[in-house]
Write a protein that binds this ligand. Structure first.
Ligand code: SF4
Length: 472
């Protein structure tokens, strides 16, 4: 059993009333920290020229991660706050392919030399909204410009409702080896409310086909906190999930962000679980996954002990970026497609979310950078601390000193003082070297702990504008 699994097992033994009282007092809006600084901090002052300059600084032969955002979906899932375009027009993906091929060429010529792609990922939207022939064409264009290394991790998100046997064949021929799919919840009443009807049988059949064709790892996304969800309904979903036995499970709290995803307003008339019920569903889910042999990974993932993600978590090689948790450390992430976010060592850059604006920029021969942020020295220290907390559940003061040639407590006196009440509540512990550790109970409040180190958060909290989803 990993240390993280032992921690969570300890958590489940605690008095439920104590868990609820302690954790729910930290419920409030806050980031998920797939980036630091978070996207609301980025501005248009960082535009295409800044992005081109920063790309030019990448060394030839640098190891990179490549991400493609395929924005199309066939129908709208009502819980979804992703950047996606709902369409059934066949011309839309065809036009998008023409544009992304130009973007690939633009990106390649901006680099000093060919990078080494050690991670290659397609997300969305729904990448398998593309026809199998379009998938082959896109992969060829990417691989010609940015060849993947032999041991690269090549992964894709698929929607079982639109993914055929021909898709699976095309993906394997291209070299995809990992596949993740949205499941969310198998309960018929929940599925009807979220407008995403997906049977257990079709999901299991797709997994079986993918395994038979050689996919090494299959991941499921589940969500707790959806309308009409109860502990009993979630446990039934988990029985089905555990029987299918995916290698990885991402367990996300439903993000109710109606100012971004207006269709979620319908849920307010339905039966969203109350915060205590939502927490109970989360705990029941953790209990089932641990009992089924899954190991916790970071803040909200689980994996079979033999899966690379679980191994990375055990050996502290886990990293976090826009794709979630990853096993490849310290990579520059170059992203293509509308709304896609590139993450360089020096900066973040996001492309236009609007398809027409993205297309116009690319066809004009320019990057479609809408906004970004050049990292300061302070940003980098805080980025590292937040990533350590969310990946490894703690910060070593010794490691901080080796990395930044500075003392953790001297850099963060205000933050250390702000953590004292959290230590009294049993959410964190100070280590003898001056570092910090999130406790078993604190596992349920990792985002609030990380928020202590976010220098930009007070400015967001001072406005009336809603920005982030609820942390607990
Ligand atoms: S959840 Fe996935 S399939 Fe559904 S609308 Fe969002 S991106 Fe598309």
């Amino acid at each position: 059993m990993s240390d993280a699994a032992r921690d969570l097992a300890t958590l489940l033994d605690l008095d439920p009333a104590r868990i609820e009282t302690t954790v729910l007092r930290h419920s409030g809006p806050g980031p998920r920290y797939t980036s630091y600084p978070t996207a609301p901090v980025w501005t248009e002052a960082y535009g295409p020229d800044a992005f081109r300059r920063d790309l030019g600084g990448l060394a030839a032969g640098a190891e990179i991660s490549l991400y493609v955002h395929v924005p199309f979906c066939r129908s709208l899932c009502h819980f979804c706050a992703c950047n996606r375009i709902i369409t059934q027009r066949p011309e839309a993906p065809a036009d998008w392919l023409d544009t992304i091929e130009r973007e690939i060429a633009l990106l390649r010529t901006a680099l000093a030399g060919a990078p080494r792609v050690v991670q290659h990922h397609w997300g969305g939207g729904t990448p398998t909204h593309l026809e199998p022939a379009q998938i082959r064409r896109l992969f060829r264009a990417l691989d010609d410009a940015f060849p993947v290394t032999p041991d690269a991790e090549v992964s894709i998100e698929v929607d079982p409702r639109v993914t055929s046997e021909a898709h699976i064949e095309a993906l394997r021929t291209c070299g995809f080896g990992r596949l993740s799919m949205g499941v969310q919840d198998f309960d018929p009443r929940v599925q009807a409310a979220i407008h995403r009807v997906q049977s257990v049988a079709s999901t299991a059949a797709l997994v079986e086909r993918a395994r038979a064709s050689g996919f090494a790892s299959i991941g499921f996304d589940l969500i707790y906190g959806l309308p009409f969800q109860t502990i009993a309904s979630m446990e039934r979903t988990l029985d089905d999930v555990i029987a299918i036995a995916p290698d990885r499970i991402a367990l996300y709290g439903y993000a109710h962000v109606t100012w971004v995803a207006k269709q979620q307003r319908g849920f307010e008339r339905h039966d969203l679980p109350t915060p205590p019920d939502r927490l109970r569903i989360q705990l029941a889910t953790i209990r089932k996954l641990l009992a089924a042999g899954y190991e916790p990974v970071g803040m909200d993932h689980f994996a079979r002990p033999e899966d690379e993600l679980a191994q990375a978590a055990r050996s502290r090689r886990l990293r976090r970026n826009f794709m979630g948790y990853t096993t490849r450390p310290g990579l520059d992430l170059l992203a293509l497609g509308p709304s896609a976010i590139s993450q360089l060592e020096t900066a973040f850059a996001q492309s236009h979310r609007d398809l027409a604006q993205w297309e116009r920029a690319i066809h004009g021969g320019e990057f479609a950078t809408l906004r970004g942020h050049a990292l300061t020295a302070d940003d980098r220290r805080r980025q590292w601390v937040i990533a350590e907390l969310l990946c490894h559940g703690g910060v070593s003061a010794h490691a901080f000193r080796s990395r930044f040639d500075a003392d953790f407590d001297a850099c963060f006196p205000t933050e250390c003082a702000a953590l004292e009440p959290l230590a009294e509540q049993g959410l964190v512990e100070f280590e003898s070297d001056g570092g910090l550790r999130i406790t078993a109970l604190g596992h349920l409040a990792m985002r609030p702990v990380a928020m202590v180190f976010d220098a930009y958060l007070p400015a967001h909290q001072a406005t009336d504008q809603p920005v982030f989803s609820q942390t607990v």
